[in-house]
Design a protein around this ligand. Structure first.
Ligand code: ANZ
Length: 788
């Protein structure tokens, strides 16, 4: 009979409301704690997508298993609800983002319950709730107080369609990650959070984690620490400026990772945004305006960083009109302005060594600049540079400071006040949260100002320091702000006096398992480690734990049935709630975990899903049938071997996230059991328990049929007996009246009756037994002696 999945789900889902075993118990010293975290979703209007369903099922299996192993499991869920899609939806539909968010999270929660995720719903959080973002703002105030947040003019990546500044990480091949529009460069006054101050620690701290290698590598490569030197090149005033005019720029300082090539530096290049360029372009003493430079700089400023550093793109540049002196050779070298040098890296200026650096070589060829082919790199040069006082050791990072402003409505207001007299002043702690006011229009403005700027009564405020008239910051925070500390809030979601109570933090931290996507290895994961390290410095998180996450693993990616990435335009999107409705949540869950290794890229297959569904039906039928037959008697030997091995191996597979092989073993077990053999009630129960993490509803229903009390998910994972696990065989000698007459191959645990039966089957032994057997002496696994 086919399982009525819908009916089973409808029967059990309400029973899990407020079910104790899914609730993590704070400070329970009697059990080992287990904090299992899966990235919380952005609740879009489209509902849960298959990627969510996959990663959450994977973490749910782990959480359920850990509970059955007796651990106190914290498995929470919440909503990362600020962000552009909801804002865009509000612009189009006129529906308030608050209202849309409520609708979306209601849908997500319902779908998650339908899919059987065993979250502790008492701890649900929403980043858009003032009780939550009060602490997101508090962290910002602390960053500001410690000098790690400041507002400054920054060249930013600008998406002209979304009208939003983008972090470098959000620009993919020069295009906006969200909408695919070509990104432009713009200069805008922005809040910057100095993550670069933590660059070394973000690398070092990885030693205290058990992240999978590719995640560690992604972070290290992203930070990209380079040891090198800063070297100063004196400006050659006479030639460069003429008339011996005094300039505020005396030196151009470069960052180089190759001080050994100093002799080969035949020209210099500065970024178009370099302060020196401003000096040239802005005439002060009656010089002619350098139009060529001004035009060039304007043109380059519109290009994205990605375009500028693309090796395939042709480099462009312009001569600055200035010269500097190579401190080693004493030669005068021209200073160029070029797009391939970035203001955000090193010092924004380089010494060009066209004979050794490919980019410099290309540039020199194009503009016919001098190249020294004769000199040889000199490894003693670094020492010499220091001794002569030309420069010193320095470290460069590719990691950039974090642009923390958005000129958008749907985000956390940045809790800062601008006072003409006092400058930027943080909103005092006791006035947090700064609530996001309701507005009429959500449309960002072309001027780059947030819609909040138009609410005069909100903007106008008083300076907390001098009491004078002041203005609120109208920028809001980027979408990573609410997610960079959310794992702490689950520990104590209602606390109004702290991010989370220190005792609770000490109990639950660090996160034991964090499951998420590779796309977050460099963004969210790095930001949240940084914020945690910052909170650690403040003493706001436990001193014992310098890192927030112990283990991080990546979940796999599910492609459409056509093997392509799922996308609406391709029409290959699989909707988990629709499939759960059609085939049953358990069939969907078990199929997803069976598709392949948990971190693989896999194509969707409805046929395989049907296959898994058939397996669940067979499993159900088997248990139901045997439940009627089996009372309390013991299972027979071969059945015991099947069950004991299954218990052991599935348990081992789950802790290694080898869900696909665990399910394959469940399938094999059912095949073996269906062949026949008596199974006792205890073993039937074990069988159901082993299925429970994967197919929680079916397992619950069968548990009930076996007379188990609600709920199977509150039971302990069954034990197993070693003696049934041995897979090798032994050769047992068969004697008749003490004389060796043959052998039998059997399991070491084989019982007398089984060995006797095997022996009696053999013709060459049979002929000695014709006289009738008086007695049998069996030494387990060794000999069997027939006395005739
Ligand atoms: C001289 C030199 C000779 C360099 C040589 C390299 C090779 P990476 O690329 O990570 O090794 N550089 C420094 N600041 C830059 C900026 N703002 N924009 C673009 N390029 C910049 O970084 C270090 C090297 O990148 C530096 O060392 C500098 O070129 C260049 F055979 O100096 B080198």
């Amino acid at each position: 009979m086919a399982i009525d999945f819908k009916a089973i789900e409808a029967k059990w889902i309400p029973k899990y409301e407020g079910y104790k075993a899914f609730e993590a118990e704070d400070l329970d010293a009697t059990r080992e704690k287990q904090y299992a975290l899966v990235e919380f979703p952005y609740p879009s209007g489209a509902g849960l997508h298959v990627g969510h369903a996959f990663s959450m099922t994977g973490t749910d299996v782990y959480a359920r298993f850990s509970r059955m192993k007796g651990k106190n499991v914290l498995f929470p869920m919440g909503w990362d609800s600020f962000g552009l899609p909801t804002e865009n939806f509000a612009i189009k539909s006129g529906i308030k983002p608050q209202v849309a968010t409520k609708q979306n999270t209601d849908t997500f929660r319902k779908q998650m319950k339908q899919l059987g995720f065993s979250f502790d719903w008492r701890r649900e959080i929403d980043t858009t709730f003032p009780e939550y973002y009060k602490w997101t703002q508090w962290i910002f105030v602390k960053l500001f107080e410690k000098g790690l947040a400041e507002k400054k003019e920054m060249p930013i990546n600008w998406c002209p369609k979304d009208k939003i500044g983008l972090a470098n990480e959000e620009v993919v091949n020069g295009k906006c990650e969200r909408c695919g529009t070509q990104v432009e460069r713009r200069t805008q006054s922005q809040w910057i959070v100095k993550i670069t101050a933590y660059a070394d620690r973000l690398i070092e701290g990885l030693k205290n984690t058990n992240f999978i290698e590719k995640v560690k590598a992604a972070q290290i490569n992203w930070i990209d620490r380079k040891e090198g030197m800063k070297v100063r090149f004196k400006l050659n005033d006479e030639v460069g400026v003429g008339n011996g005019d005094s300039r505020n720029v005396e030196y151009v300082e470069v960052f180089t990772s190759r001080p050994d090539t100093l002799e080969g530096a035949t020209f210099m290049v500065v970024a178009p945004e370099h302060p020196l360029v401003n000096e040239i372009a802005t005439p002060r003493h009656g010089e002619a305006r350098n139009d060529e430079v001004v035009e060039y700089v304007e043109k380059v400023k519109r290009k994205s960083e990605m375009e500028r550093t693309d090796l395939a793109k042709e480099k462009t540049g312009v001569f600055s009109g200035l010269y500097a002196v190579n401190p080693l050779t004493g030669k005068e070298i021209p200073i160029w302005i070029a797009d391939y040098v970035l203001i955000t890296y090193g010092t924004g200026a380089i010494m060009s060594v066209p004979s050794h650096d490919e980019r410099d070589g290309e540039f020199a060829k194009k503009y016919k600049l001098p190249i020294d082919w004769k000199y040889k790199p000199d490894t003693t040069m670094a020492e010499r540079i220091e001794k002569e006082g030309w420069g010193e050791k320095a470290v460069g990072y590719h990691l950039r400071d974090w642009i923390f402003s958005r000129q958008h409505y749907w985000g956390e207001p940045i809790p800062m006040i601008w006072c003409e007299k006092d400058g930027w002043v943080a909103v005092p702690e006791d006035q947090l949260p700064v609530r996001l006011p309701e507005v009429e229009k959500y449309q960002p403005t072309d001027t780059g100002e947030s819609p909040l700027a138009s609410i005069q009564e909100w903007v106008k405020t008083v300076c907390p320091r001098c009491g004078g008239l002041a203005r609120r910051e109208t920028d809001t925070m980027p979408n990573w702000a609410g997610s960079d500390w959310y794992f702490l809030r689950f520990l104590d979601p209602k606390n109004d006096n702290a991010i989370a109570d220190m005792e609770k933090q000490k109990y639950w931290l660090p996160v034991d398992l964090y499951v998420g996507g590779d796309e977050h290895n460099t963004l969210h994961l790095l930001y949240s480690r940084f914020i945690y390290q910052f909170l650690w410095d403040l003493g706001a998180v436990p001193k014992e734990y310098p890192e927030p996450y112990k283990k991080r693993i990546s979940h796999g990616i599910i492609l459409g049935p056509d093997g392509a990435r799922m996308s609406k335009s391709k029409g290959n999107v699989i909707l988990p709630d629709v499939l759960a409705d059609m085939y049953g949540a358990d069939a969907l869950r078990t199929y997803m975990m069976f598709m392949g290794p948990f971190d693989a890229t896999m194509a969707w297959s409805e046929r395989s899903l049907m296959g898994v569904r058939r397996f669940l039906n067979r499993f159900y039928d088997y248990v139901e049938k045997k439940a009627g037959e089996a009372r309390d008697e013991e299972s027979e030997e071969k059945v015991k071997v099947v069950i004991n091995r299954l218990v052991k191996e599935v348990g081992e597979d789950i802790v290694e996230f080898k869900y696909n092989t665990a399910i394959a073993k469940l399938m094999t077990a059912i095949n073996d059991l269906e062949v026949g053999g008596k199974i006792g009630r205890g073993d039937l129960r074990s069988l159901v328990q082993v299925l429970a993490p994967f197919a929680p509803f079916v397992a619950e229903e069968l548990w009930e049929k076996l007379g188990g009390e609600f709920s199977v998910h509150g039971t302990r994972w069954p034990g197993y007996e070693e003696k049934y696990l041995v897979t090798e065989t032994v050769t047992i000698s068969v004697q008749v009246n003490g004389k060796l007459r043959g052998t039998v191959v059997a399991a070491p645990a084989a019982v007398e009756s089984a060995v006797r039966m095997e022996a009696e089957k053999q013709e060459k032994i049979q002929k000695y037994l014709t006289g009738g057997i008086k007695n049998v002496v069996y030494i387990q696994g060794k000999t069997i002696n027939f006395v005739v």
